[in-house]
Structures are given as structure tokens and as C-alpha cells.
Design a protein around this ligand. Structure first.
Ligand code: HEM
Length: 397
């Protein structure tokens, strides 16, 4: 039988809590990166069920006593009011959902397609090598999030820097300052949109009837930008890195472009970012995986580990574009907090990967795979760089 391709990144750390994380029990007590005790959940069934379980939340009955789940200022501790979380979250989704409707997504797909081509025109205008992260995935994701939110693209250097700093794990003061700048910036934009609304998400937020103040809407706008920009850019990098280092899977995708969507799902499954897991606190005592979790306990729902559960994904460490259920992964979460931008992210990824292989059929890594590195100490864990080469005479400019 032909051996399936192994994941080719010896230099990458799969998880912060890497040692034996796949072998241990599906639910177990660990010490978090921030030094506090918390439950680490790694089994697919357990993570999937707990993501939809209303007995867990982002808030804590006594926030000052809550276990710190990581050093992240946004994801490392409790968020929201304990008694109002469910109602506040439902109101937030009601406000956001129209912006991600099928009609809006259909309009955005055309924008994404045209933007992919434009950004690739810029890549083709330069001689190889090029850092795909700098010249393609981040500019593309920035332009799409700007279009969605109604943020001027000319401000990208500022908001990208604030978002990057806000994701630092060990510099809370710097992170808070950057997050504060991003929220202030959103608040200013919202005031402008109130005076002259346009067809964008920030205008929708500010003209809609909602229980939220401008300051709360600004935090929501910042959260959408934070949640949708670097995350998506990094997933483009991951899918490309997998395809560029798994030649037989790449050949399948180049021969059958219909497999691009499956390749995207497989890349989402295996992308090792968000190393600590999705944070939650128990809102009541509950039993899962044979252990009793007490009200207030911190819980890390480790989707990267769940996405490598061999009972669901045979040969889980391999990048395989022909899996029978490519979208079974939990990369976008599950349940009430399922990623509101999943549809948009999928469109961006599929359009990006298709266009890159169509226009640069000879694209390849410009450094040995063992030299690929992820940045440590941030929630996003970008590649340090993703340098690529191509044969200029075979590039469609
Ligand atoms: C490939 C890229 C992306 C990945 C892997 C991703 C992943 C996730 C995950 C795992 C969650 C669930 C968090 C939880 O359960 O607590 C989530 C929520 C969210 N995502 Fe994404 N996301 C991506 C792209 C986007 C984009 C493009 C946007 C917006 C344009 C976005 C906006 C959000 C928002 C606002 C939430 C919060 C939803 C809620 O709490 O109800 N994401 N995302």
C-alpha cells in the first residue's frame, strides 16, 4: 500500500502543550502557559460536545479568581458578564449575522476574486523569490476585512500592528495598549459612519437598533478585525505550505482544481495555531470523559488536538486532500459561537489557492522545509516567513 505523506514541518511546534498531548486522556488537568490549573480537552468527541454545551461559557462567576488560561489579554481570562453572557452573545450574533448573509457573501466573493488577481499582479511584477506572507496573504486578508468592515485600506499598517501586538502572550501592558488603540480607532470610524453610513459592517452596527453603546460596538468591530485578519492570512499560508511540501497532494489539486476546497479544509484541520485551545469556564459542575469539572474551573478546548484524533481522521498527521469528510474538523469551533466569518474565510482560502496555482504553476518553497518557523509567543503564531520561487516564463502575469 502506498504510504501517505507525513506532515513535513520538523521545525514547527505542533502545540505549546506538545509533550504527549495526543496520547494522554481526552480530558485532563494541566498547568496552563500562564501557570494556572485548567482542564485540557483533546478528544474530538469531547471538544465537539463541549463547544455546544451551554453549561460552559466565556464568563466566570468570580472573574478575579478565574484561572488564567494563557497570557493573551483577549483569550487568556474570562470575558463578559456571568449572568448576562447568553443574552449579550445572542444580541451580538443578531447584529453581526446580516453582514455575513448569503447575499453579502455572494457580493464579497466577486470582490475577493478580483482582489486575489490584483494582489497576484503585484507578486508577478516582481522577480522571485517573494515572501508569500508579506506580498500576498496578509495584503489579501487586509483588503477583504477592510471591504467587509468599511475600514480604509490606507490604515492597514496601523491596524495590522495593533492587532499583532494585541496578540502577544507575554507583554500584557503592550498588548492592552495596542488593543486600546484599535478600539479607539474603531470608535472614531463608527462616529464617522454614523454621520455618513455606507454599505459596510461598521455602518450596519452603528445604524442598527441594538442594546450596545458605541464603545461596545467599537470593541465588537475590533474583535471582528482581530478575529478575521491574521487568522485568515495564516491559514492561506498553511494551506500553501502543506501543498508545496506534499508533492503528490499538490499534483492531485493541480490536476483536479475541484479538490481545492478539500485541500483548504485539510489545511484548516492541520494548521497548528491557537495553541492553547478555545477558552471556557464551567458554569456548573459537570462530568465529561470520566472526570468531574467544578463550576468556575478553566477549560481549554484544544481544537488542534481534536482535529488530529485518529478515531475521526485516520492517519491524522498526514495532509490528505481526498478524505471522506474533509470539513469534519473543528477549526471554526462549533455551536453557538461557531465562527461567524467561516464562510468568508473559506471563500478567501479557495480563491487564493486556486489563483496561485493557476497563475504560478511552478511555485515552490525557496527555503528547505526544515527552515520554516512559526513565531512563538503570540496567539496567532504566524510563519516567520514563507518564501517562494517560480519560473517567470511560466507565470501568467
Ligand atoms: C481561517 C480563518 C478563521 C479561523 C480559523 C477562525 C476561527 C474561529 C473560531 C475557532 C471561533 C470560535 C471561538 C469560540 O468558540 O470561542 C471563531 C469565532 C469568531 N470568528 Fe473566526 N475564524 C476565522 C476567520 C474569521 C473571519 C474572516 C471573521 C470575520 C470577518 C471571523 C470572525 C469571528 C468572530 C466575530 C467570532 C466570534 C463568534 C462568537 O463568539 O459568536 N473569523 N473563529
Amino acid at each position: 500500500m502506498q504510504e501517505l505523506p507525513r506532515l513535513p514541518f520538523p521545525g514547527l511546534h505542533p502545540l505549546e502543550l506538545a509533550d504527549g498531548y495526543l496520547e494522554g486522556p481526552a480530558v485532563r488537568m494541566v498547568t496552563t502557559q500562564a501557570g494556572a490549573p485548567a482542564w485540557l480537552v483533546t478528544g474530538y468527541a469531547e471538544v465537539r460536545d463541549l463547544l455546544s454545551d451551554r453549561r460552559l461559557g466565556r464568563s466566570h462567576p468570580c472573574p478575579e479568581r478565574a484561572a488564567r488560561l494563557s497570557g493573551s489579554i483577549r483569550l487568556g481570562g474570562p470575558a463578559g458578564g456571568y449572568t448576562s453572557e447568553r443574552a449579550d452573545h445572542a444580541a451580538m450574533r443578531r447584529l453581526l449575522n446580516p453582514a455575513f448573509s448569503a447575499r453579502r457573501m455572494a457580493r464579497l466573493r466577486g470582490f475577493v476574486r478580483d482582489t486575489v488577481e490584483e494582489v497576484l499582479d503585484g507578486v508577478a511584477a516582481h522577480s522571485p523569490p517573494a515572501d508569500l506572507r508579506v506580498c500576498f496573504s496578509r495584503p489579501l486578508a487586509a483588503r477583504v476585512i477592510c471591504e467587509l468592515l468599511g475600514v480604509p485600506y490606507s490604515d492597514r499598517d496601523d491596524f495590522a500592528a495593533w492587532a499583532d501586538e494585541a496578540s502577544l502572550l507575554s507583554e500584557p501592558e503592550r498588548s492592552w495598549a495596542a488593543w486600546g488603540r484599535l478600539v479607539e480607532y474603531m470608535e472614531e470610524l463608527l462616529r464617522r459612519k454614523r454621520r455618513g453610513p455606507a454599505r459596510d459592517l461598521l455602518s450596519d452596527l452603528v445604524v442598527a437598533e441594538s442594546p450596545f453603546s458605541v464603545a461596545e460596538l467599537a470593541r465588537l468591530g475590533a474583535a471582528v478585525l482581530f478575529g478575521g485578519y491574521a487568522t485568515t492570512a495564516l491559514r492561506i499560508d498553511f494551506v500553501m505550505a502543506f501543498l508545496l511540501t506534499c508533492p503528490d497532494q499538490r499534483a492531485l489539486v493541480q490536476e483536479s482544481p475541484a479538490l481545492v476546497e478539500a485541500a483548504v479544509e485539510e489545511g484548516l484541520r492541520l494548521a497548528s495555531a491557537n495553541t492553547h485551545g478555545i477558552p471556557r469556564y464551567a458554569h456548573t459542575d459537570l462530568k465529561i470523559g470520566g472526570v468531574v469539572i467544578r463550576e468556575g474551573d478553566g477549560i481549554l478546548l484544544n481544537t488542534p488536538a481534536a482535529n488530529r484524533d485518529p478515531t475521526v481522521f485516520p492517519d491524522p498527521g498526514s495532509f490528505v486532500v481526498t478524505r471522506s469528510s474533509p470539513a469534519a474538523h473543528l477549526a471554526f469551533g462549533r455551536g453557538p459561537r461557531y465562527c461567524v466569518g467561516a464562510g468568508l474565510a473559506r471563500v478567501e482560502l479557495a480563491e487564493a489557492v486556486s489563483a496561485i496555482f493557476r497563475r504560478f504553476p511552478t511555485i515552490r518553497l525557496a527555503i528547505p522545509v526544515a527552515e520554516l518557523r512559526q513565531v512563538r509567543g503570540t496567539t496567532t503564531e504566524d510563519f516567520e516567513q514563507l518564501p517562494v520561487l517560480w519560473d517567470e516564463h511560466r507565470c501568467l502575469s
